[in-house]
Design a protein around this ligand. Structure first.
Ligand code: FAD
Length: 488
């Protein structure tokens, strides 16, 4: 039998595939990325990501270049037809436990370019564009992937330990593994129009504004630089051509901006949907990102969910590639991620109902009334679903805070690929094959352990606490760690 060509084949080089490929490459895996398009997708899509996602980008090492191309997002207001405030969702400019601001605005092609640029430095990563995957076969110990070059029609076949479908909303791999989309109830056509301002428009809001209206719900986004976006719901009887009729479109936009003041950079119509795949993995074939779930974009969380998937899966795949396939470990990918993404989808759907004026302002449990009567919302923080670790462990699934251990070194850098143990204990875990950092050497650890009210914590590479632990727990988890992990 021929040997394995790659540890992992990734189908699709959108933001999810680009992030996953980077994380796997950091784990020293060989990766083939197959992308059917020749270039970067250039219709309007994501414009927002959050602190948790920025931390993943920092792990990959792209925040230095990205920081020049993003702005801090101030938050969202929902208003009614009279312009009265229905719900205020501010994003305070305060550094979070993830070490970044809660919310950023960006231009999706800029991010995709940064991800691709970073991938070029890895010798074991091959990117093949114009390459459309048309068949995959799952075997017990490997997968076969067949694809064709859509320019030359040449056919190729490769063999890998895993194949991962980051192939978007119409995922080929999802159909291939016979996974069904469970539709959660939201479906509506929206036009999305990106404009570039020609003049300064200081009167345009600095926040995202959601215009709640039963006839014509709309969203305004303050994007990076001179870019501004309007998203507008289409009426059932309205055709795309009718809506994009230049005169009518500018008449609608004239509430905010005139034809003399801006140019339309790009526009399209999407059907916003809410859906989740019932099966995210079959054997060695796995779905990630839009291939596994779809959300209306009212929270700006679709791509964020895909980046979280990639962060959850990368280190588990890496352990499987290095130590052998582990069904139990891989099962925790869907169980930990699906409930988390469902919480975002449900909240976004409630926001959609508020926008359509068929639902109220109580879009989540984090909505509260201020003393002055303003209805406000804090960002939701859905938990990691059940999976690794014990649910009765109070620290399991908490985000481990970002920590600087000296002027230019981040503690995150020490555990981007393997779980680690941090401990106050100087002796007992010495024989265990897990990399250990002790508070005696890094004083910040003592402070953190005190905050978690524990003497020892195991931390996962995706920055979640795996367990607050005693010795027996450690033994249970150490088999997830790679052989070259050692106690210091
Ligand atoms: C209007 C709008 C606004 C949005 N705003 C936000 C936001 O502010 N924040 C946010 O987090 N999310 C937002 N989203 C969602 C976000 O854009 C998507 O979740 C994200 O782009 C999905 O990334 P992905 O990599 O999973 O899939 P995609 O970006 O769709 O990438 C899939 C890739 O796979 C390739 N492919 C498909 N089939 C094959 C095949 N058979 N062989 C080879 N290649 C293949 C495709 O060509 C494509 O490049 C928004 C979406 C829309 C529509």
């Amino acid at each position: 039998m021929s040997t394995i060509d790659f540890d992992v084949v990734i189908i699709g080089l959108g933001p999810t595939g680009g992030t996953l490929a980077n994380l796997l490459a950091m784990n020293n895996l060989s990766v083939l990325v197959l992308e059917k398009e020749a270039g970067i997708y250039n219709l309007p899509r994501a414009v927002h990501f959050d602190d948790e996602v920025m931390r993943v980008f920092n792990t990959i090492g792209i925040t230095k270049s990205l920081k020049k191309k993003i702005i801090i997002n101030k938050g969202t207001k929902f208003v009614n037809e009279k312009g009265e405030l229905l719900l205020d969702w501010p994003r305070p400019k305060v550094i979070t436990e993830n070490g970044w601001y809660p919310s950023y605005r960006f231009h999706q092609p800029d991010l995709e370019r940064s991800l691709r640029h970073k991938l070029k430095r890895y010798e074991k990563v091959v990117i093949s564009q114009n390459s459309e995957v048309y068949k995959t076969i799952n075997y017990k110990n490997h997968s076969i992937i067949q694809y064709k070059n859509i320019k030359t029609n040449q056919i190729f076949s490769v063999k890998s330990k895993y194949v991962i479908g980051c192939d978007g909303a119409n995922s080929f791999l999802r159909k291939q593994i016979k996974s069904e989309m469970e539709h959660l109830g939201f479906e509506q056509r929206w036009a999305v129009i990106d404009l570039i301002l020609k003049t300064k428009k200081p009167n345009l809001p600095d926040r995202t504004i959601q215009y709640c209206n039963s006839k014509r719900p709309a969203t305004y986004c303050r994007n990076v630089g001179k870019r501004r976006r309007w998203e507008i719901a289409l009426k059932a009887e309205e055709s795309v051509e009718q809506f994009f009729d230049s005169k009518k479109l500018w008449k609608f936009l004239s509430q905010w901006v005139s034809k003399d003041e801006a140019i339309i950079e790009r526009k399209t119509v999407y059907t916003f949907q809410s859906a989740i795949a019932n099966k995210w993995r079959r054997g060695r074939q796995i779905l990630v990102g839009d291939a596994a779930h779809l959300t209306p974009p009212f929270m700006g969380q679709g791509m964020c969910a895909g980046i979280r998937d990639a962060s959850n899966l990368a280190w588990k795949i890496s352990i499987c590639c290095k130590k052998g396939h582990n069904e139990r470990l891989l099962d925790t990918y869907q169980s930990e991620r699906s409930s988390n993404v469902k919480d975002y989808i449900n909240t976004a759907m409630k926001m959609g109902e508020l926008l359509n004026s068929i639902g109220g302002s109580k879009v989540s449990d984090t909505v509260y009334v201020e003393k002055d009567g303003t209805i406000k919302m804090n960002s939701i923080k859905p938990e990691l679903g059940k999976g690794l670790g014990k649910l009765n462990d109070k620290n399991r699934g908490k985000i481990f805070p970002s920590l600087k251990i000296n002027f230019n070194k981040e503690f995150d850098d020490l555990f981007s690929c393997y779980p680690i143990l941090i401990t106050n204990n100087n002796e007992s875990e010495k024989k265990l094959k897990i990399r250990t950092y002790r508070s005696i050497d890094i004083p910040e650890i003592k402070i953190i352990l005190k905050k978690f009210n524990s003497n020892s914590l195991i931390i996962r590479p995706d920055r979640f606490v795996l367990a607050s632990t005693d010795k027996s727990d450690l033994k249970e988890f150490s088999h997830f760690c790679h052989n070259d992990i050692y106690a210091l």
